[in-house]
Write a protein that binds this ligand. Structure first.
Ligand SMILES: [Zn+2]
Length: 316
């Protein structure tokens, strides 16, 4: 068994902030290092070609609504994050998550608009929110209601290990979420327990999707947005979309790369959002590469669910 430094933690306050990449994962396999180096070289090359061809500049200038997904920003990556925000602020207007959703709904998309979201509700996301605020930006924080305010070290450790595959770290409290809301940020649901929704039956789906909304609303007021764990389309099924719509969310966010360029007036039965995942620790050209690539490839049906996930006329 791999030993992490936090195995010696006695209380929640002993836990380190969340770490991603090799340092934060519980299982550390040798091939990750080789893959990481290869990925760095390939992305640097692609980013260089994109810049030289003018695609970077054209992509970032394209009018669109672009949702960014982060977890939290490590202390060592805070200055890189500021650099990224400085760069993006030159060509984009930062908008609140709900306002971005409204822009997608109305098709009011005449300039590059960016909205931020932070998944999983790690307590270290508070620092990320403070940095966003320096740039006049806000985020929607997607939390798992079952672990909000969790103070028991063994529960937190088990959740991190079994649900997220990361070393133990603290999660936000109800007080933290109140503070975020008062500061202008938003809170969304990320289910109760970070379950793989594709694997659940009807009762469990209701508990994760509707149950998390009820728990959050009882403490925080209206919850408008949902982001499903793991975020890829193969992590949900048609029944999951139905459950999300029944629960009354206005939007559901994936981590399928992409952005929105046209009105979403045809979106049944709940608005599907694309998000580009960014790790602030990545080199700036890599972050910009993904955003410009998504902008260049944006299609008019980005807000629609894949055909295999929604009933087709022949199914009715
Ligand atoms: Zn998550």
């Amino acid at each position: 068994m791999t030993t992490s430094p936090d195995d010696t933690a006695k209380t929640l306050s002993d836990l380190a902030p969340i770490r991603f990449g090799r340092a934060g994962m519980i299982e550390r396999a040798r091939p990750w290092r080789a893959r990481g180096i290869a990925r760095h070289v390939v992305l640097s090359s692609l980013a260089g070609l994109q810049r030289l061809s003018g695609e970077l500049e054209r992509g970032l200038a394209r009018p669109r609504v672009h949702f960014i997904s982060l977890h939290s920003v490590a202390a060592t990556a805070e200055n890189r994050f500021r650099l990224l925000l400085t760069q993006l602020a030159r060509t984009h207007r930062f908008v609140r998550y709900s306002d971005a959703v409204d822009h997608v709904r109305r098709g009011d998309i005449d300039r590059p608009l960016l909205a931020f979201s932070l998944d999983d509700g790690f307590r270290s996301c508070l620092a990320s929110l403070r940095i966003l605020k320096e740039f006049g930006a806000y985020a929607c924080v997607f939390v798992c209601s079952a672990v909000v305010n969790e103070k028991r070290l063994d529960s937190v450790s088990a959740f991190c290990r079994d649900r997220l595959g990361v070393a133990p770290t603290q999660f936000v409290s109800w007080g933290d979420l109140d503070t975020m809301l008062r500061a202008g940020h938003e809170v969304g649901s990320h289910t109760r327990t970070h379950a793989n929704l594709a694997a659940l039956g009807p009762a469990e789906l209701e508990d994760e999707i509707e149950g998390s909304r009820a728990e959050l609303e009882a403490r925080l007021g209206p919850i408008r947005h949902f982001a499903w764990p793991f975020g890829r389309f193969f992590h949900i099924r048609r029944q999951v979309i139905d459950a999300m719509a029944r629960a009354g969310y206005e939007s559901s966010a994936s981590t399928e790369r992409g952005c929105h360029i046209v009105p979403a007036d045809r979106s049944p039965p709940i608005l599907c959002l694309r998000r580009d995942f960014i790790d602030a620790a990545w080199p700036l050209p890599h972050c910009l590469y993904f955003l410009a690539r998504s902008a260049a490839r944006a299609s008019a049906d980005a807000h629609l669910w894949p055909a295999e996930l929604v009933p087709q006329p022949s199914d009715l």
